[in-house]
Ligand binder design. Structure first.
Ligand code: CO
Length: 498
């Protein structure tokens, strides 16, 4: 593959970036990994779980988009200044069937078609639950998440797939369950996992669910128990990938987009390729009162949202009657046409993600928006102890150059109050994934801890795990993993004993 003329070689090498798109060919079991540079902190004790597409080609056919790749979980266990590595594919029904057949048996939501052309694909509306988007611990289960259907439960230690989980009968077969739970650090007593499912159509219904995330022997609550739920319906087609929480609100951003299912039904493209911005459409904030909060039981609040498209939020919090929501905005929905090869994508033609802050005044219904940074970013987070509260610092993946769209090659720490920023860069041959901020046990400063990030190392054609000091982004350790993990999606940190 050659560089497109619009991409000077000095920024990044497209072959390095694209070399990450490959099949994961091995499943490792507790392989010790030493630091190639620096030292692993003794106080870093727990497990890093990552999820992402691990199988991108079958029988010579490539997925149309990497998001159609089967979920593969990577676990790195840290203890006593050492680390061990394990990885397993999620044994979904689709993965098993396609492993056996040696070819794609299902269509992918992002446009992957079965062999045999339009006739083989038309009216085949079976969804392949590929469990590739996120992985979280809930009670004694590890949940591999994919937002259009139920989670898969895995053993947290062995990563062995237990099967589809309906969460003790809570979910109906095939019911949507978001891949973006939020962990409430204890705004209502003990830690909770707050999440949702969407049933969409001309009217869309959000099912908001709150689970205990920790055992509480005092009231007999066990981690994984459902504490509360509510359902609210809204006008219009809803595409909701992520949301944000405050102590009193669950905050959703309904993008102004439409879904025209015809090309999907006719077998011409994947369901996600039928999403289009609605010209002149009005995006909305949907604020649903949380149970246990000051507005429990009340009707949702609906406010106009600024133009643009949002996949991910950074955080939200309350200041009196104002709810502040920070999100990564794109100018438009970045759609993936049926004729585009994802490895040849021209980054300059895709809008970049930019961090913006919206202040929602619930007293008068007005919304004020401010850009927080001009640098292309994705996968932003605050200290998990500050989820739902005003935070001073955010960590995110960014492009190497200051403006314009490019692959994510650096980690940025942004001071949301002063605007001061620090950057650690993997450029020119490294490509970062979602950074996870892990607080140091017992820390009091908001930025005391580490940032863990899987980096695709184009020089090695394999993945590195980079540990940075969260405060100054100094390099603490680099682990050269004996594993090549394609550019991934989301992951989580589970402290030992949790
Ligand atoms: Co996401």
């Amino acid at each position: 593959m050659t560089l497109a003329p619009s991409q000077p070689a000095s920024r990044f090498d497209r072959d390095d970036w694209a070399s990450s798109f490959r099949n994961v060919g091995v499943e490792l079991s507790d392989v010790p990994v030493a630091a190639a540079r620096g030292t692993i902190p003794e106080a870093l004790v727990g497990t890093l779980y990552r999820n992402g597409p691990g199988r991108l080609e079958r029988g010579g056919q490539w997925v149309h988009h990497p998001f159609d790749g089967d979920g593969m979980i990577t676990a790195l266990r840290f203890e006593g200044g050492g680390a061990v590595l394990r990885n397993r594919f999620v044994r979904t029904e689709g993965w098993q069937a396609e492993e056996q057949a040696g070819k794609f048996v299902y269509r992918g939501v992002f446009g992957t078609q079965k062999p045999g052309g339009v006739l083989a694909n038309a009216f085949d509306l079976r969804l392949k639950n590929i469990a590739n988007t996120h992985v979280v611990r809930l009670g004694d289960q590890l949940l591999a998440l994919w937002e259009a259907a139920e989670p898969h439960a895995l053993d947290p230690d062995t990563l062995e797939t237990r099967g589809i989980s309906r969460l003790d009968g809570l979910l109906k077969p095939g019911e949507a369950f978001s891949a973006h739970p939020r962990f409430d650090p204890g705004h209502h007593g003990s830690e909770r996992m707050v999440t949702f499912g969407v049933k969409t159509g001309p009217r869309s219904t959000i099912r908001l669910m709150e689970f205990a995330a920790a055992d509480n022997p005092e009231n007999g609550v066990r981690a994984g128990d459902l504490l509360s739920e509510r359902r609210d319906s809204f006008n219009g087609f809803a595409f909701l990938h992520d949301f944000a929480i405050t102590p009193n609100w669950a905050v959703f951003l309904q993008n102004a987009i439409d879904f025209n299912p015809l090309p999907y039904l006719l077998g011409r493209c994947g369901a996600a390729q039928c999403l289009k911005s609605r010209p002149g459409g009005q995006a909305k904030f949907w604020l649903i009162p949380r149970d246990g909060g000051a507005f429990a039981g009340q009707a949702p609040r609906i406010l106009d949202a600024p133009d643009g498209f949002v996949f991910h939020h950074l955080n939200a919090w309350e200041e009196g009657e104002t709810v502040v929501v920070e999100s990564i905005y794109y100018d438009d929905f970045p759609s993936i046409g049926p004729d585009t090869d994802f490895r040849a994508v021209d980054f300059t033609t895709i809008p970049e993600g930019l961090l913006e802050q919206c202040r929602l005044n619930l007293a008068d219904g007005t919304v004020r928006t401010e850009r927080l940074s001009e640098r292309c970013c994705e996968f932003a987070m605050v200290n998990p102890e500050r989820e739902g509260l005003a935070s001073r610092y955010a960590w995110m993946a960014v492009a190497e150059r200051e403006t314009g769209n490019d692959p994510l090659q650096a980690i940025k720490k942004l001071d949301l109050i002063s605007g001061e920023r620090r950057v650690w860069s993997a450029a020119p041959r490294g490509f970062v994934s979602e950074p996870l901020m892990v607080p140091r046990p017992g820390a009091s400063a908001e930025d005391d801890g580490w940032v863990l990030c899987l980096v695709w190392n184009g020089a090695r054609c394999a993945s590195d795990l980079v540990i940075l000091n969260a405060a100054d982004l100094g390099e603490q350790a680099v682990l050269e993993l004996p594993l090549a993990i394609p550019h991934g999606l989301h992951g989580s940190w589970v402290p030992a004993g949790a």
